[in-house]
Design a protein around this ligand. Structure first.
Ligand SMILES: [Cu+2]
Length: 614
């Protein structure tokens, strides 16, 4: 049975009922007829179909973080088909990432990572289709993916921090800065020069790192007492924001839960720039560190938020930042137009809060439909809750009795099971369109064939175009997507290329040949289906060999592989792409070099000999 029929089961049963046919009555209706009826019924009710027929393309590019797999994935929405995996901090043999000289230079010997938040570059509050940025919580790095090739072109190491988590690009006027938060407080610096702080958690700090998006270098870091979880930026280019769940500076779970209130922190970019101009910073491990601790400067605003808050998301109209309560069943709505007054000391930080609606047990993240509604993922309840922001603000004004009625809640959908992040289409831009919502659920339990004790996650697709949320599709996801964005196709597609710019690579090979300089051998080789530019290369044991290969096939999708038998070398080159690899010829014998990526009727014959003589 197709997904279509399975997930319209209620409609399906209604249709059977309407036709006077009881389920299990033995009357066979052709599947095509059922599908047609189900679809018609869906349309009549105003439902969108997620079916993308063969030959059709999805309306959205979804970019998913891959969690501890270390990668980023490209998912078609609404079909939820996985189109590509972009290796980022992981080794990927299918493409050769982590095996070639080019990728080794970026990864510098570290082949594991933990990607959480993938966000696009912006212009005037919406995606510009140029870059994606993604964090590595494990080894504290930020990577940039260029959208034209859908591959990583820069990785920057973030010193002085641990648990590099929330990441968000500047939204207005364009992405010049990307901010990234440290979730774990540590001694700063965290080395032998500061060993006296190791056993004194009160001397552990968090750092809000600002990265130059073009240069992929660090602008500065702002030192705070707090830890920082998720990150957001406003729509005016004035602030970045974060939630903190460990304002206690606890090192055990009970210490981290001690206080009923933690903070939303707001970073004032104008004052950060001023501090940099005036030289009000110290250098720690080569990075300019500005003191944003309480009582040390006026750069950071601290708004009290209950209790161990998690997500922070800004509404597409730029008016509100919403902190999801996690341990508190509430969301806190902060009016961003009041932030300046609080920074100027004209109102108290807590006076920026305009509503605190109760949402459910364990609210984690909030997304938006561009029609004034918020959708919050609720972990313990296993629900997605749709609520109206203005109604929540009005109820807050009217008082407790009105709040108790919870009329701001429009719909509650059970999900399967235990949701983390949710994201609606274009929801992190001013062009939020309220069509689809993806619920990234942490547990799939019984939703898929049992494939062993370690199970897939469950990404659920929800139609939010109507008043009620409607679940339309379950997709198993390899562990473990944390977050995603859903970007309109017309923003991404025109920028994506079918072939590389050959001479962007300084070593691009135009003519095959071998050059020897003592023990150093450089093999330059072209590839054209179904032959390599060389048929045989002779080496001596112990030679230091650099193999450079350029694919001269310009036809779209015609990639070749380059694998050297028993030498652990294995990579793929796309049309007009160049990759290189350096290795020592330490094994004597005849070694076939062969194409791994099916390219031609004579693909199997596409090989050459490496002869390593004693
Ligand atoms: Cu080939």
């Amino acid at each position: 049975m197709s997904d279509k029929v399975k997930f319209n089961r209620r409609n399906f049963l209604q249709i059977l009922g309407a036709a006077g046919i009881a389920a299990g009555s033995g009357v066979l209706i052709p599947k095509e007829t059922l599908l047609a009826r189900t679809e018609k019924d869906s349309r009549r009710r105003g439902h969108q179909s997620n079916e993308v027929k063969p030959g059709e393309l999805d309306d959205y590019y979804g970019f998913w973080s891959g969690g501890h797999s270390g990668e980023v994935r490209v998912i078609g929405v609404p079909s939820m088909r996985e189109i590509k995996r972009i290796p980022v901090f992981n080794m990927d043999v299918a493409t050769g990432w982590g095996i070639t000289n080019e990728s080794k230079k970026l990864l510098r010997g570290r082949y594991t990572g933990d990607t959480h938040h993938v966000h696009g570059s912006y212009k005037n509050g919406t995606y510009d289709g140029r870059y994606l940025f993604v964090n590595d919580k494990l080894n504290n790095r930020v990577a940039r993916i260029r959208i034209d090739y859908m591959e990583v072109d820069a990785i920057v190491d973030i010193p002085n921090v641990q648990g590099l988590h929330g990441l968000f690009p500047q939204r207005y006027p364009k992405t010049e800065w990307v901010v990234a938060n440290s979730e774990f407080q540590v001694p700063v610096p965290n080395d032998e020069t500061n060993a006296s702080a190791f056993t004194k958690p009160k001397q552990y700090y968090g750092l809000h790192t600002i990265i130059d998006a073009e240069r992929m270098s660090i602008v500065c870091q702002v030192l705070v007492d707090e830890n920082m979880d998720l990150a957001a930026t406003d729509y005016k280019g004035k602030y970045s924001m974060t939630t903190s769940y460990n304002t206690e500076k606890g090192v055990t779970i009970s210490e981290m839960l001690a206080s009923d209130y933690d903070y939303m922190l707001v970073f004032h970019w104008g004052r950060i720039k001023e501090a940099l101009r005036k030289g009000n910073y110290t250098r720690i491990n080569g990075v300019k560190v500005i003191d944003g601790r309480k009582g040390h400067s006026d750069i950071v605003l601290r708004i009290p938020v209950p209790k161990n808050p998690h997500g922070i998301n800004v509404s597409p109209d730029g008016k509100y930042a919403i902190c999801s309560g996690k341990v508190s069943p509430t969301c806190t709505v902060v009016d961003l137009d009041l932030i300046d007054l609080a920074f100027e000391g004209k109102i108290k930080p807590e006076e920026c809060i305009v509503a605190q609606p109760e949402i459910g047990l364990g609210p984690l993240h909030t997304t938006f439909d561009g029609r004034g509604n918020a959708y919050t993922s609720v972990f313990i309840d296993s629900t997605n809750v749709k609520w109206n922001i203005q109604k929540a603000i009005e109820a807050e004004k009217k008082g407790e009795e009105e709040k108790k009625k919870k009329e701001y809640i429009i719909d509650v959908l059970d999900i399967h099971y235990q949701v983390g992040h949710i994201m609606a289409s274009m929801a992190e831009t001013k062009e939020a369109d309220g069509k689809w919502l993806v619920s990234l659920n942490k547990f799939s339990k019984d939703r898929f064939l049992n494939a062993g004790p370690v199970k897939a996650e469950n990404d659920q697709l929800i139609d939010i175009s109507g008043k009620k949320l409607r679940l339309v599709h379950d997709s198993p996801a390899y562990m473990e997507p944390h977050d995603c964005i859903i970007v309109r196709r017309d923003i991404v597609e025109p920028n994506v290329k079918d072939r590389y710019d050959m001479f962007e690579h300084p070593l691009a090979v135009t003519e095959s040949g071998v050059k020897r300089n003592g023990k150093n051998v450089i093999i330059r080789m072209t590839s054209n289906a179904p032959v390599y530019g060389l048929q045989e290369v002779r080496l001596k044991k112990g030679d230091r060999v650099t193999l450079i290969v350029t694919n001269h096939d310009e036809i779209s999708d015609l990639s070749h592989g380059v694998a050297i038998s028993n030498y652990n070398i294995n990579f793929v080159i796309g049309p007009f792409q160049t990759k290189s690899v350096t290795f020592t010829a330490d094994k004597v014998g005849v070694f076939w070099v062969y194409c791994t990526n099916f390219c031609h009727a004579l693909h199997l014959e596409m090989r050459m000999r490496l002869i390593v003589e004693p």
